[in-house]
Design a protein around this ligand. Structure first.
Ligand code: COA
Length: 251
């Protein structure tokens, strides 16, 4: 469901659960987090991460069945998704993402942690947090307004409006729009170009561009706490049930 491989300093992380539009499960978050953490280690051979999905789906976001499971457990602090979000913030290597199709929920918010994002023209970026009775996560409540201004961040994160590839590009979420047939090859070429740069200079520069992580780390934890509280709310329960019933109509 998550495939990883390292070649020429590029760690390719592929989200691969096409039958569920790449909805992310706990096991997938754990594997994704491990891949990012591995990249930070000295001698890992990882200089850049390249994140891709499957044709038509980068990811449909968190698996809604897993949301229901969390809701019954009541805690998120040690959940695989929390580990993944912390790994994104702590990631020391540049991340290149290639988005083709659906980028829902964390599929959009994780892009705020990427350094280069390529998207196909048919890509759709949408964060239906409020409609699900939830709140924005992955530091998006801090990073999105800083990137695109409050008004557009509100439209994306609170109104839940879908951004197409052009709108995402204008908002600064996406660097380039590339035809789907060329998307992965273009993203790979960029990843290898980054991997070939002087690595110390690159690491220092990326750290300077990203700035002090403390505020982001604090915000991610605040969001995790708010998200966990919302998961057990009547608003969220009703939204999850509506989705599950829609997804699995009873005989
Ligand atoms: N969690 C769990 N299952 C999901 C899922 C998710 N986030 N997204 C898609 N799936 C499943 C569907 O239930 C369906 O499963 P089934 O074939 O067993 O019924 C399968 O993936 C295909 O999805 P489907 O809805 O038939 O495809 P579509 O092209 O009509 O719609 C979406 C795709 C992504 C628009 C729609 O599935 C959707 O709205 N998903 C929920 C997205 C979401 O709210 N994510 C959480 C964000 S915080």
């Amino acid at each position: 469901m998550i495939e990883t491989g390292i070649s020429g300093g590029v760690q390719h992380i592929r989200l691969n659960r096409p039958e569920k539009k790449n909805a992310l499960t706990g096991d997938m978050y754990t594997a994704f987090a491990e891949a990012l953490e591995r990249g930070n280690a000295e001698g890992s051979g990882v200089r850049v991460h390249l994140v891709t999905g499957v044709p038509g789906a980068f990811t449909a976001g968190n698996d809604i069945g897993d949301f229901l499971a969390f809701a019954s457990r009541g805690s998120m602090t040690d959940a695989p998704v929390a580990r993944f979000l912390r790994a994104l913030v702590a990631c020391e290597r540049p991340i290149v993402a290639a988005v083709d199709g659906l980028a829902i929920g964390v599929g959009t918010t994780m892009l705020l942690h990427c350094d280069m994002v390529l998207a196909s023209p048919r890509s759709v970026f949408r964060t239906p947090f409020i409609d699900l009775g939830l709140v924005p996560e992955a530091g998006s409540s801090l990073l999105a307004p800083a990137l695109m201004g409050h008004a557009r961040a509100f439209e994306l994160l609170c109104l839940g409006e879908a951004f197409d590839a052009e709108a995402a590009c204008r908002a600064g979420l996406v660097n380039r729009i590339v035809a789907e047939e060329e998307l992965e090859a273009s993203a790979e070429a960029i990843a290898h170009k980054i991997a070939a740069k002087p690595q110390e200079a690159l690491a220092i520069s990326r750290r300077l561009l990203r700035g002090d992580r403390a505020a982001l780390e604090t915000r991610v934890e605040e969001e995790i706490a708010a998200f966990a509280a919302r998961l057990v709310s009547p608003e969220a329960s009703a939204a999850f049930k509506a989705f599950m019933e829609r997804a699995r109509p009873s005989g």
